[in-house]
Write a new protein. Structure first.
Lengths: 614, 192
């Protein structure tokens, strides 16, 4: 997998410190680094940090001591770490420092389609853009060299189709760099005041110029495929679009009809190289993901077709079908070839006509978060539900989630909603939901600010003792570290109290009736003059991570003849183990999914779901 | 053998072992001395939503398969089959896990036949459930495809790979599931 190749690159480069906060499509990097460390018996320091900024700063500090450091995150994680990134471009680094920011065109698993290459331009740091896992591994190593030589942080930007691509990858020996931490004090640089920042900015611009010259001459990451003379069409491309294009050209035997320029280092931009390529062609197509970083840096765009010129959609992933379609359009216009339509229209029409039910992602059968959401909807049906990023975003399906903005906004939105209504002297119930990992990531500053400004809402921490959505990474609450060793546990209850919340209760959400009672009590507390924010920690382990957790007290259920097929349970409980039997017109249990959690007993208004008599 | 080029689509829903199936074919490719490329869905879509894996064995540059070019489609779920049929090329092979083979849309079947697609459906889930491991549906279906003799993979090769990639606790059941699949596939080949 691409992320494993990236991890191997980090290890081969002799990197000493690796930090990260999980997020699709970056999450597999750290576990792979841990595995290589163990296999090779290395002394690498690896950590899951509480959030991306924390991860960034930890890695950067290591670089300041002369060690090599890498930090990995998803593209929106770079937003969180951006404060550090911007500043570190000015101060620079000592040991090589590589930032891996995995982009998600589509988006398939993110809240935005933002392009990390633009972030590199914005922060003024070089960026590498790999097309395959193999190239990603080699680029990581080159990025460390570049970073160290020019004392500047460097970004590697794999897209999801590189991070999650599979490829047989050739490995190389591991470089052993014996470096002792040696931080050399230099306050003018490391603690610069605005006056020196100006000096550092000037220096940064000079460094970028040198790197640009290097990238102009580079032929390892920027090169042409096909050097036919006098062909009218040239294509400039990058990332996975490049290899997708190569496969299509080969399939259509068009390799000789089109020249391709691959750009692996889009910033600082190899301007001369690109201009020279454009001059040789009548029309130049720019195919890039996710945004128009290459196209926007081209000075003379008269012959250029791309996203900015309206020839390629401004949003969305460039699938092979999309690239084929774009190519077919341009080739037809230029009279080079008339490609047949991609796909099979007849088959498409036949299948469209079937009206197939598309399965949406749902919370797993037995998920404790479903139990909590069900109780919240029951106890406070008219509340505004502000939520957050994680599996529990899927509470949307149960209509128990109204907002999801970014990491931490479950609490800040609750506070913002409260004050907006309070201004009009209106008190409305508000329930904020947030997972344990998200709370550690960015819940505390939101919460203490809400306490300080006397906002009133109910906060429910959905604590499943793991970062579930991204693939079961441990949290500070669990106290297990990235390499499996024991760290120090951080208590969520103490943290909430530390933020100034006086009303904090813990409950197992499987205990639905008592959770409903507790939520009502919490609601009253938020309305009392001497009240405040009420926090409930709904704690039950994730069943994927701890599959034995429910086996301890199984509650096997059955559905009696009282079920009249009203589908209340399907609409408001939405367990994948419950389905409507069309023949019998009533709900039945799919034993392949059911985990015997017994929570659905509370989800039937007709009391038709009952414990199975033994 | 080394100039072999095969593109495989594996489709189903979260929890059906799509990624494990993809691993099996990747290892097979490596064993045959072929380059292996592919891509998989992770994250949100794994929570019971659609999961699709692309696998390309042989000389390819890109990890993604274009519509109308896949050689083989394995689908472990009925609706996902309809959604992924578009990947198959004319003359491609399709193996589908269907509890009730009679339920598949006859118009689509008819059209596939005209396009030269070989369509084979089999109740792999049922067979897996019989040996008490519904989770092995994927392996039953893969075994089935090998049994039919329609795919260019050797039974022995796949068995060896199952032995090397299965977790210890699942090895026995995986091998059993594979054998049942192969047997059913062979029955189809020689229907007497």
């Amino acid at each position: 997998m691409g992320n494993v190749a990236i991890a191997r690159g980090i290890i081969e480069a002799g990197c000493h410190v690796v930090t990260s906060y999980p997020g699709t499509p970056s999450s597999e990097i750290i576990p792979a680094v841990v595995q290589f460390k163990k296999e090779l018996d290395l002394n690498t320091y690896i950590e899951w940090s509480a959030n991306e900024k924390v991860a960034f700063d930890n890695a950067l500090a290591a670089s300041l001591t002369g060690k090599r450091a890498a930090v990995a995150m998803k593209q929106v994680g770079l937003n969180v770490a951006s404060d550090s990134l911007m500043s570190s471009a000015y101060t620079g680094v000592i040991g090589g420092m590589v930032i891996i920011s995995c982009d998600d065109p589509g988006p398939l698993s993110s809240q935005t389609e933002q392009d990390s290459r633009f972030f590199a331009m914005f922060a003024k740091v070089p960026v590498y853009d790999p097309s395959t896992p193999q190239e990603a591994k080699e680029m990581v190593k080159d990025a460390f060299e570049l970073s160290e030589k020019y004392q500047i942080p460097v970004i590697l930007r794999p897209t999801i189709k590189v991070s999650h691509a599979k490829q047989s990858v050739k490995i190389s020996p591991v470089q052993m760099l014996d470096r002792q931490a040696d931080f050399k004090k230099d306050p003018d640089r490391w603690a610069a005041t605005p006056k020196y920042r100006f000096v550092l900015h000037k220096k940064l611009n000079e460094t970028l110029k040198k790197i640009q010259e290097k990238f102009e001459k580079d032929s390892r990451w920027n090169y042409e495929v096909g050097t036919s003379r006098d062909v009218p069409l040239g294509i400039i491309t990058c990332s996975v679009s490049f290899v997708t294009l190569l496969d299509i050209l080969q399939e259509l035997h068009l390799e000789k009809a089109i020249n391709v320029l691959k750009i692996g280092t889009p910033y600082p931009f190899p301007q001369k190289r690109v201009s020279e390529f454009i001059e040789r062609h009548k029309t130049v197509l720019v195919i890039e993901e996710t945004d128009s970083v290459i196209e926007s840096q081209i000075i003379d765009k008269r012959r250029v077709k791309g996203r900015l010129s309206g020839d390629i959609p401004l949003q969305g992933e460039l699938s092979p079908d999309k690239i084929y379609e774009i190519l077919a359009g341009v080739l037809k216009k230029l009279g080079i070839a008339d490609l047949k339509e991609a796909g099979d229209r007849k088959l498409h029409q036949l299948i469209e006509g079937l009206d197939i039910h598309v399965r949406r992602p749902t919370l797993c059968a037995g998920c404790p978060e479903r139990a909590a959401f069900f109780a919240i909807k029951r106890a406070l049906p008219k509340a505004i539900y502000s939520s957050d990023i994680g599996c529990y975003t899927l509470g949307l399906n149960m209509k128990a989630v109204d907002t999801v903005l970014d990491m931490g906004a479950g609490i800040t939105f609750a506070s913002g909603f409260y004050h907006a209504y309070r201004q009009d002297e209106k008190d409305i119930p508000i329930v904020a939901t947030m997972g344990d990992s998200t709370f550690f990531h960015s819940g505390t500053s939101s919460l203490l600010s809400a306490v300080y400004n006397d906002a009133r809402f109910i906060l429910v921490i959905l604590d499943n003792e793991i970062t579930a959505m991204t693939g079961m990474q441990p949290t500070p609450g669990l106290g297990i570290r990235a390499d499996g060793s024991e760290g120090k546990k951080v208590s969520i209850e103490e943290l909430i109290k530390g933020c100034g919340v006086k009303w904090v209760k813990t409950i197992d959400p499987y205990d639905v009736q008592n959770l409903i009672k507790l939520l009502k009590e919490a609601g009253k507390y938020t309305q009392r003059n001497d009240g405040g924010i009420a926090a409930i920690v709904a704690r039950h382990p994730c069943l994927i991570r701890y599959p034995d957790a429910w086996k301890e007290h199984p509650v096997k259920v059955e559905i009696t003849a009282d079920c009249d097929g009203c589908q209340y349970c399907l609409d408001y409980f939405e367990c994948p183990a419950l389905y409507l039997s069309e023949e019998k017109d009533r709900v039945e249990i799919d034993r392949n999914f059911c985990v015997d959690c017994g929570v659905c007993i509370h989800a039937c208004p007709k009391a038709a779901i009952v414990p199975l008599e033994k | 053998m080394t100039d072999m080029k095969i593109q495989i689509i594996l489709a189903g829903i979260g929890g059906q072992g799509i990624l494990f199936s993809s691993k099996i074919f990747s290892e097979l490719g490596l064993k045959l001395g072929l380059d292996v490329m592919g891509s998989e869905t992770h994250g949100m879509s794994q929570r019971g939503g659609s999961v699709i894996a692309h696998l390309k064995l042989g000389e390819f540059q890109s990890p993604v398969i274009r519509t109308g070019t896949a050689d083989i489609l394995y689908s472990f779920e009925e609706n996902e089959t309809y959604r992924t049929l578009r990947f198959l090329k004319r003359g491609g092979l399709c193996f589908v896990n269907l509890q009730d083979p009679g339920r598949f849309d006859p118009k689509v079947l008819d059209y596939l036949k005209k396009s030269g697609v070989t369509f084979r459906s089999f109740d792999a889930s049922g067979a897996a459930a019989k040996i008490g491991s519904i989770m092995s549906t994927n392996i039953v279906l893969i075994g089935y495809s090998v049994g039919t003799g329609l795919v260019p993979f050797k039974q022995k090769d796949l068995k060896n790979i199952l032995e090397s990639v299965s977790q210890k606790k699942n090895l026995e059941i995986n091998l059993k599931a594979f054998e049942i699949g192969v047997r059913e596939g062979k029955l189809l080949k020689n229907p007497d």
